[in-house]
Design a protein around this ligand. Structure first.
Ligand code: CAA
Length: 257
């Protein structure tokens, strides 16, 4: 499929989506949202793919929703089209989404990174929710996902002051899981994606589903859901293979990858 605002390609068993509006700091237009979601859904349905990486340029993962596009919006327009609800498509992708964040991840950029399952930051990454400086507030999930991810204190600090935080602060508060040298961002992230893609896909999908559930339900039902998925994993040939390989002291050959 031909895209105008992103590049979509495969690297081994990884689907790689690169945001490609460098002159606009990868500002997220409505078209870009649709293209990212379409590319991610295509990889989700592609049997050769086991993980999906989302990245930008070394200057900007994405500097937020496209302010120039939004400037003229009125309330009724935003409300009637349920502005930014289109991103829900990305959150329904079942395969792991890994964000490789270099440079600015601001506003919607930070929010899209948080829709991903693993966040890897380059040393030069900067995160923030500067919407307050524009007279608005985050609208792609920033207040909710940040609060669940890094807690109330830092979320209020970022959302109410609009300040940016660097990669070290983002790692120390748990927004990102690893920091890598800026020049190695894509290579290191692709290695992580390939590692994930090499495991049993049913196990990977169930593991993601169970962790996502932790953000949606009370603990007791999340635990019950996890146990049911865990029980179901014993119905897969990959469980038989994975455990036999461990006992026989060899590497597993998963069939469902
Ligand atoms: N929307 C539209 N265009 C943007 C943009 C955005 N979010 N961010 C940057 N650009 C454009 C600039 O307008 C500029 O275009 P021109 O060359 O045509 O003037 C180009 O990208 C380069 O940007 P700068 O010259 O500003 O580059 P810089 O290095 O001086 O600054 C920056 C970089 C700090 C990221 C700065 O561009 C900036 O502050 N951007 C806006 C950040 C922002 O407010 N994001 C929140 C958007 S609202 C939102 O996301 C709502 C939501 O929750 C859904």
């Amino acid at each position: 499929m031909a895209y105008e605002t992103i590049k979509s390609e495969t690297r081994g068993r990884t689907g790689l989506i690169t945001l490609n509006r460098p002159k606009a700091m990868n500002a997220l237009s409505q078209q870009m949202m649709r293209e990212i979601c379409q590319a991610a859904e295509d990889f989700d349905h592609d049997g050769r793919i086991g993980a999906i990486v989302l990245t930008g340029t070394d200057k900007a993962f994405a500097a937020g929703a496209d302010v120039k596009e939004m400037e003229a919006y009125e309330y009724s327009e935003a409300y009637l089209q349920d502005l930014w609800a289109g991103w829900d498509r990305l959150t329904r992708v079942r395969k792991p989404l890994i964000a490789a964040v270099g440079g600015y991840a601001l506003g919607g950029g930070c929010e899209v990174a948080m829709m991903c399952d693993i966040l890897i930051a380059a040393e030069n990454a900067k995160f923030g929710q500067p919407e307050i400086t524009l007279g608005i507030l985050p609208g792609m999930g920033g207040t909710q996902r940040l609060a669940r991810s890094i807690g109330k204190a830092k979320t209020m600090d970022l959302v109410l002051t609009g300040r940016m935080m660097d990669a070290k602060e983002a790692e120390s508060c748990g927004l990102v899981s690893r920091i890598v040298p800026t020049a190695d961002l894509l290579e290191e992230t692709l290695k992580i994606a390939e590692k994930v893609a090499d495991f049993s896909l049913p196990a990977v999908l169930a593991a993601k589903e169970a962790v996502v559930e932790a953000f949606e339900t009370p603990l007791a039902s999340g635990l019950r859901h996890e146990r049911r998925l865990f029980h179901a994993s014993f119905a897969t040939e990959d469980q038989t293979e994975g455990m036999a390989a461990f006992v026989q002291k060899r590497g597993p050959q998963f069939k469902n990858r």
